[in-house]
Ligand binder design. Structure first.
Ligand SMILES: Nc1nc2c(ncn2[C@@H]2O[C@H](COP(=O)(O)OP(=O)(O)O)[C@@H](O)[C@H]2O)c(=O)[nH]1
Ligand SMILES: [Mg+2]
Ligand SMILES: [Zn+2]
Length: 289
C-alpha cells in the first residue's frame, strides 16, 4: 500500500497510508542501503508486518526538497511575517518569496500579530504584496482574527510554514490545528537561535497537509539567470519598457523605474530586486574566476 511519511522521530518514520491507517515503519535491506534516509513528505510503498507496524519497501522519486525544515514534495509555503514585536525584515521576506518562486512553490503571505501592528503599516504591506500577485492573509492568532479566510482556502499537497523566528508560526499552527501544542518561544528568547520545535511533522488539514517545522526555517534556491529573478517580481509585468530584455536598471525608457518613482511599485520591492541582481552577478563572477 501507499502512504506518506508524516514524521521522522529518532530515524523511525511514521507513515499514514492512503486508507488513513498509521504505521510506525522501518527500512530494510536494499532500500536502506540505496535510498538512505527517508524524509518527511516522502511517498512510500509499505508492507504491514505487525499491528501498527510496517516495512517501507520503496520510496517514490521526490519532486523537490526543502532543507530547513527537511520536507520533501512541498507544494506551497505560508510565509509568516510580522510588522511588530519583533518587526520582520522585508528584505528577508522578499528573499523567501523569490526563493519560493525559483523552486516552483506556491507562496502565500501571512501578516501575523495584526493586533500589535499599526493599521497603515499593515495596509501598505498588504497592498504591495497583493499587487505582486500574492494571497495575503491578515491574522492575529492570539485574538483569533482573520483565521477563517486563511484556512477556508482550498489547497493541495504539503504546505510549510516558514518565516523568521518569532514571526508567529507555531502560535498560528496551534490555533488552527487543535492538538498538543507546539512549543512557542518566549519573547525573551527570540533571536537567540533557539530551536523550540524538535521534529518536523505533517498534519492532515482540510484536504492538504500542514508541516509544523523547527524554529529556524530557511530557503535556498539559486537563480539560473538575472531574468529568473526578474520574473519573480510579478508586479513588474504591468509596465512596459523600451527594451524587451530590460532589467530595470540604467536602461532608457524603463517603465518599472518610472512606476517606482510614481509609487506604483513598492520602493522596497524594487530595491530588493536590484540587490538580488547585484548578488547574482557577484556570485556569477566569483564562479567564473
Ligand atoms: N499579540 C500577539 N502575539 C503573538 C501572536 N502570534 C504569536 N505571538 C507571540 O509571538 C511570539 C513568537 O511566536 P511563535 O509562534 O513562537 O513564533 P515562531 O518562532 O514563528 O514559531 C510568542 O510569544 C507568541 O505568543 C499574535 O497574533 N498576537
Ligand atoms: Mg516556532
Ligand atoms: Zn525596465
Amino acid at each position: 500500500m501507499r502512504g506518506l511519511v508524516t514524521l521522522l522521530e529518532a530515524n523511525r518514520p511514521t507513515v499514514q497510508a492512503d486508507d488513513g491507517s498509521v504505521y510506525l515503519c522501518y527500512l530494510k535491506g536494499r532500500i536502506k542501503r540505496d535510498v538512505g534516509r527517508v524524509m518527511v513528505g516522502d511517498w512510500v510503498e509499505l508492507e504491514p508486518t505487525d499491528p501498527g507496524e510496517a516495512r517501507i519497501v520503496a520510496i517514490q522519486p521526490r519532486v523537490n526538497t526543502l532543507v530547513r525544515p527537511p520536507v520533501a514534495n512541498v507544494s506551497g509555503l505560508f510565509v509568516v511575517f510580522t510588522l511588530a514585536h519583533p518587526k520582520g525584515s522585508l528584505e528577508l521576506l522578499d528573499k523567501r518569496l523569490v526563493a519560493a518562486r525559483l523552486m516552483g512553490l506556491d507562496a502565500e503571505l501571512v501578516l501575523s500579530k495584526i493586533d500589535l501592528a499599526d493599521e497603515p503599516a499593515i495596509e501598505t504591506v498588504d497592498h504591495a504584496y497583493q499587487g505582486a500577485g500574492y494571497r495575503v492573509w491578515r491574522v492575529s492568532s492570539v485574538e483569533q482574527v482573520g483565521l477563517n479566510p486563511l484556512i477556508s482556502q482550498e489547497r493541495r499537497g504539503v504546505w510549510v510554514l516558514t518565516g523568521e523566528s518569532g514571526a508567529g508560526k507555531s502560535t498560528l499552527l496551534n490555533v488552527i490545528i487543535p492538538r498538543e501544542p507546539a512549543p512557542t518561544q518566549s519573547l525573551s528568547r527570540i533571536g537567540r537561535g533557539q530551536q523550540t520545535t524538535r521534529w518536523v511533522r505533517l498534519y492532515p488539514f482540510r484536504g492538504y497537509w500542514l508541516a509544523d517545522s523547527p524554529g529556524y526555517t530557511a530557503l535556498q534556491a539559486a537563480a539560473s539567470s538575472p531574468q529568473a529573478i526578474e520574473r519573480a517580481f510579478d508586479e513588474f509585468r504591468a509596465f512596459t519598457c523600451r527594451f524587451k530584455d530590460c532589467l530595470h536598471g540604467q536602461e532608457p525608457g524603463c517603465g518599472v523605474v518610472e512606476a517606482v518613482s510614481e509609487a506604483r511599485v513598492a520602493h522596497w520591492r524594487y530595491h530588493h530586486y536590484r540587490k538580488l541582481l547585484i548578488d547574482w552577478v557577484k556570485t556569477y563572477e566569483t564562479k567564473r574566476r
